[in-house]
Design a protein around this ligand. Structure first.
Ligand code: ADP
Ligand code: ASP
Ligand code: MG
Length: 831
């Protein structure tokens, strides 16, 4: 990761000159309006001497390279593309300079010359470095002339400097090497002939010492700007582009990236080197030597101050990590074998071999066991690198001292950069934690001794997700959760409304961005983006394919995904293990997983052991903290002896209301109408629901119950168990007498009847009617209150009680929501 820094000589300034240097990128020069905007920006600058370096018009360099390749490959289409490029330049020039032949005749000549060059390439049919280099740089030649002529037409004393006349370079392993002596002498001579206070300079282009036209490498006009700022002894350099400065990450990968007010040279170098395209890696070498202040600003928002790059600025308020960048298109190369341990010189031989094969090494990491060396190289060099290593260690490979030389492509390196990281513990942990939580596997790690950069190699398929997760981890952008909801029934619908209402506050106060991106009923699905979630039902289409939903929820670009199952469907629970294994968090009030077959339950729990969270608080007691209370007891070393409680809000309500004066069936009808029961009230009255909750609680405490182990007293008469729901409701009154009898029996003893769930000290589980004295805690509940009593070693004589409203869509949804927020906190949201 070292860079050599060719140092610009500090030339004596010309008397009275103090240039402000600027560079306008291709995006700032897209069309005539852009040129005018640029002219206005330069016009508004303070100081008489302005030096303006320009890129080609947007897309021109790419177009020129494509033209050359098409000509070489004898694709005749280059003629049309050539005509289009010519037209675009002519139209721009005409619009800016008027239509006179004199004003734009030179452009015609230029394009005619280009056509000749391309014809020659087509005849040759092979790539010719010289011709391609010359062609690549033409865009800058044209754009600089258009801008200079515009300045002159506007009455400015302006000279155009074709960098090819001045700048002499060689091509080294690390890119262009500037011949400063010759270039300085050339510039001084040129300047002596051109005294105008404004200069427009062609970016990107240069000439070799042999006098051949060449270029500084892609995005090289930033470098041109720095070189000419040095040659002209400018007092400052501004690089004008289409972002509000250097952003905390590439905005195309991290939409929440924020502009950075200030960066040190070192930080900017690291970011640039690791792929932040906003600045060319070599740009800073000439300006650092002179301590020249650099600004990155937005042509389209000149009022924005942009990013100031200079000597280290200490700004305590800023995150220790300033920015993140990523280089894609890399490969990981590993050399492995016990024979390397303790053998001096292995690394040197390996890197020597790579050097000899002209392979540039992006990153190196070696474990202290010395059992393996791993380095990252460009994918294009990977095969050559592997070959070089195999040759260098041919003897060791034959003897088995080196077990393998392996190469794997599709790698990206993500770098976190910031001066503030030095000496601060926990930065790496935060980065690695963020990547782990979004399921990104780290292939290799490197941290320079400067501690200004931590680099991790990850699979390229993960890089966008990794960048976003890391970006949120350092508080540069909100934590984002991609949410899919299965089963938008009463609870699900209430949850959607609650999320919708809480979203702005969570985003503002907690930097948490909850994005509901999919909703599925058993027959319809909506897959979309959060902003449209409120109207999901209008856009849902027929379908029940949960695989499609899964893929949509686990979007590549969003670091964390979660599926909320508000269905009461066993088939959905069947999916949990695979969701969790894929890194998707699962939250549910659905009891089927918790009370289903134990083998499946264990599978789900195991799948949640490595990473993704599984939470199900709302399966028992709706929004009441029943399971979390039990977990806290157990996790702090307590032991559950017995549990007893009223676990059904529906049954609680029915028996709280029942005093013999109104028939039981009438109350069931009333509860049904109030939405207190399941659509088919037998689901409540059968006791199965209560039994499921008891099984969930028992399993939480390590008591491996199956649903069949619970003795269940059903309140559904045997003769009505298989009839339709309607018939059941119609005929329910036939059995009022039986309940009335139970009630009278209890009343005679001064007791009340309640539907109670119980796991006793002998691990016997039962749910059913119980006669309880009037002063019993269960006798005084209100409405749909649930109550759970935990008898534990610590709470042996006086059990710990959790009590409160335990039914209804709102409170159940709130319980699910709380689980959702806990998952958010576990992936790093600050709640
Ligand atoms: P120009 O033509 O102005 O030189 P480039 O296309 O070379 O522009 O590079 C600027 C682009 O780089 C921005 O529009 C942005 O999409 C991208 N970019 C990548 N990383 C960053 C970053 N950290 N900050 C700002 N822009 C970045
Ligand atoms: N026009 C050249 C390129 O696209 C140089 C630059 O814009 O910086 O690479
Ligand atoms: Mg650029």
């Amino acid at each position: 990761m070292s860079r050599s820094a060719p140092v610009a000589p500090v030339a004596p300034p010309m008397a009275g000159e103090a240039f402000a240097a600027h560079k306008f990128g291709g995006s700032s020069l897209a069309d005539a309006a852009c040129f005018r905007r640029v002219a206005a920006i330069v016009e508004a600058q303070a100081g008489p001497c302005q030096l303006v370096v320009v890129s080609a018009m947007r897309g021109t360099t790419d177009a020129l390279i494509a033209l050359a390749n098409d000509a070489i490959d004898a694709r005749g289409s280059w003629r049309d593309d050539h005509a289009r490029l010519r037209e675009r330049h002519l139209v721009t020039a005409q619009e800016l300079l008027g239509g006179s032949a004199a004003a734009i005749g030179w452009l015609d000549a230029e394009f005619a010359r280009l056509a000749h060059l391309l014809d020659a390439l087509a005849v040759l049919g092979t790539p010719n470095r010289e011709a391609i280099d010359a062609i690549q740089g033409l865009g800058e030649v044209w754009s600089s002339r258009i801008l200079a002529d515009l300045f002159i037409a506007q009455g400015r004393a302006c000279a155009r400097l074709d960098a090819r006349e001045v700048l002499r370079i060689g091509h080294g392993e690390l890119g262009a090497v500037i011949d400063w002596d010759t270039s300085t002498a050339n510039y001084t001579a040129w300047r002596a002939q051109h005294a105008q206070p404004w200069l427009v300079v062609t970016g990107f282009v240069a000439r070799t010492r042999e006098g051949r036209d060449t270029v500084l490498g892609r995005n090289g006009s930033d470098y041109s700007a720095a070189i000419f700022a040095a040659l002209a002894d400018a007092r400052e350099l501004t690089l004008w582009g289409d972002t509000d400065g250097v952003l905390s990450a590439d905005p195309r990968l991290v939409p929440d990236a924020i502009p950075l007010a200030a960066l040190s040279y070192d930080e900017a170098c690291e970011l640039a080197y690791f792929g932040a395209k906003v600045i060319h890696p070599q740009t800073l070498t000439p300006v650092i030597a002179r301590g020249l202040p650099v600004r990155i600003r937005n042509t389209f928002r000149p009022a924005h101050a942009g990013t100031a790059i200079g000597r280290p600025a200490t700004d305590a308020a800023q995150s220790p990590v300033k920015g993140l960048s990523a280089v894609q298109g890399l490969a990981v190369l590993t050399l492995e074998g016990a024979g390397m341990i303790g053998v001096p010189g292995t690394a040197e031989r390996a890197f020597g071999a790579l050097h000899a094969a002209s392979v540039s090494v992006v990153m190196i990491s070696q474990g202290s066991s010395e059992h393996s060396i791993c380095c990252i190289v460009r994918e294009a060099d990977a095969a050559r690198a592997e070959h070089a290593l195999r040759r260098a260690f041919v003897a060791e490979l034959a003897r088995g001292e080196i077990a393998s030389v392996a190469v794997a492509g599709g790698i990206s390196v993500l770098a976190a950069v910031g001066d503030g990281m030095a000496g601060q513990p926990g930065i790496a942990a935060r980065l690695f934690g963020a990547l782990a939580r979004c399921g990104v596997n780290i292939r290799a790690i490197a941290q320079g001794a400067s501690e200004r950069n931590i680099s991790v190699a990850v699979d390229s398929a993960d890089v966008a997700r990794a960048l976003r997760a890391a970006h949120s981890a350092f508080w540069l952008s909100p934590q984002t959760l991609s949410i899919g909801l299965v089963g938008p029934g009463k609870v699900g619908a209430a949850l959607l409304a609650q999320i919708e209402a809480a979203r702005p506050r969570l985003l503002r106060d907690h930097q948490l961005d909850l994005r509901v991106r999919a909703v599925a009923t058993s027959r319809h699905q909506w897959l979309g983006e959060a902003d449209d979630a409120a109207a999901w039902a209008e856009h849902a289409h027929a379908g029940d394919d949960l695989d499609t939903l899964t893929r949509h929820v686990q979007a590549e670009h969003l670091p964390h995904s979660i599926i909320i199952d508000c269905s009461a469907n066993d088939a959905v629970a069947e999916r949990y293990a695979s969701w969790l294994a894929a890194g998707i968090h699962v939250v549910t009030p659905n009891k089927h997983a918790g009370a289903g077959p134990q083998a499946r339950w264990r599978q789900i729990r195991n799948a949640s052991a490595n990473g993704a969270r599984f939470r199900y608080e709302a399966t028992v007691g709706a929004g009441l903290p029943v399971i979390s209370t039990l977990r806290d007891l157990l996790d702090t070393g307590d032991e559950l002896l017995a549990v007893e409680g009223i676990l059904s809000g529906t049954l609680a309500w029915l028996f709280n209301r029942y005093d013999g004066s109104v028939p039981f069936s009438t109350l069931v009808h009333e509860a049904h109408a109030l939405g207190y029961t399941e659509p088919d009230p037998r689901d409540d009255l059968s006791g199965t629901d209560v039994a499921r909750k008891l099984v969930i609680l028992a399993r939480e405490a390590g008591v491996g119950l199956e649903l069949g182990d619970v003795a269940v007293e059903s309140l559904v008469p045997a003769s009505l168990r298989t009839s339709s729901a309607e018939e059941f409701m119609r005929r329910l009154s036939e059995f009022d007498a039986a309940i009335a009898e139970r009630h009278a029996h209890a009343q005679a003893k001064g007791c009340v009847v309640r539907y109670v769930a119980k796991l006793d000290r002998e691990r016997r589980a039962s749910v059913g009617l119980a006669e309880l004295p009037h002063d019993h805690a269960f006798a005084h509940l209100r409405l749909t209150d649930n109550i759970v009593q935990f008898s534990t070693r610590r709470y042996r004589d006086n059990p710990l009680v959790v009590q409160g409203p335990g039914a209804g869509p709102e409170v159940t949804a709130a319980g699910v929501f709380a689980d959702l927020l806990r998952v958010a906190a576990s992936v790093g949201a600050r709640l």
